[in-house]
Design a protein. Structure first.
Length: 226
């Protein structure tokens, strides 16, 4: 819906608030310790959001809340997944995701159903292929590099989308996207780097099961055995 009502660059930039909402939800729901540095990063990120949305002015669009709502949902899903990976395999999680989202998405689609033409079906198939390639590339990237390294490259979406939106749809980004997007991206990268630093400084207090038995440490290994 955000892509439908907003310029692509604005919808993409506001969606970069996922790490910021993830920090807030981790503190409220998982009771994780969030120190002053990350709270300041969250504050800076939301200053960037304010520059783009410009609340209280004629430039504000109610549709700007849509990518923010999407970011909250994505951050919530990330927290749920974080708990599920302790007991479920990646394959099982992806299977249940498809099994549940397909009928759930079908119900509202039936209310406004229009049989797509062959060209539209072709575009939908191409989009689905790109989404699956994206998932494979993301997983492979996370296997090869730290998340903090990976997340920096994900922000290349903003200039790429801005260029494509200009070329394909003639959309000219609002001037406030530049400083606002810079603050959001800087804050999100700082949160990721801070997470990495804290993760490296934590010393486990129990024996490392993965070091002793890598197979037993996997979800499949935990379900196997007598």
């Amino acid at each position: 819906m955000a892509v439908l009502y907003l310029p692509l660059a604005e919808a993409t930039t506001l969606n970069f608030t996922v790490p910021l909402f993830g920090t807030i939800l981790a503190a409220l729901i998982l009771r994780e310790t969030v120190r002053i540095h990350r709270w300041l990063a969250v504050l800076v990120g939301f200053v960037g959001v304010g520059l783009i949305i410009q609340p209280g002015t004629a430039a504000m669009q109610p549709a700007s809340l849509l990518p923010i709502a999407a970011a909250i949902c994505m951050a919530s899903a990330g927290l749920i997944t974080k708990r599920l990976v302790a007991t479920e395999s990646t394959t099982a999680l992806l299977f249940y995701l498809m099994l549940i989202t397909t009928p759930v998405s079908l119900i509202p689609a039936l209310l406004v159903w229009q049989t797509p033409s062959w060209p539209v079906l072709g575009l939908m198939a191409l989009a689905a292929l790109m989404m699956n390639v994206m998932q494979v590339c993301n997983v492979k990237a996370l296997q090869l590099a730290d998340y903090s390294f990976f997340v920096g490259f994900s922000y290349l979406r903003l200039p790429i989308i801005a260029i494509l939106a200009l070329m394909l749809f003639g959309e000219i980004p609002d001037i406030w996207i530049l400083p606002g997007g810079a603050l959001i991206i800087a804050a999100a990268i700082y949160v990721a780097l801070r997470e990495r630093k804290i993760g490296k400084s934590v010393t486990p207090t129990v024996p490392d099961i993965a070091a002793q038995d890598p197979i037993a440490a996997t979800p499949e290994g935990r379900h196997s055995g007598p």
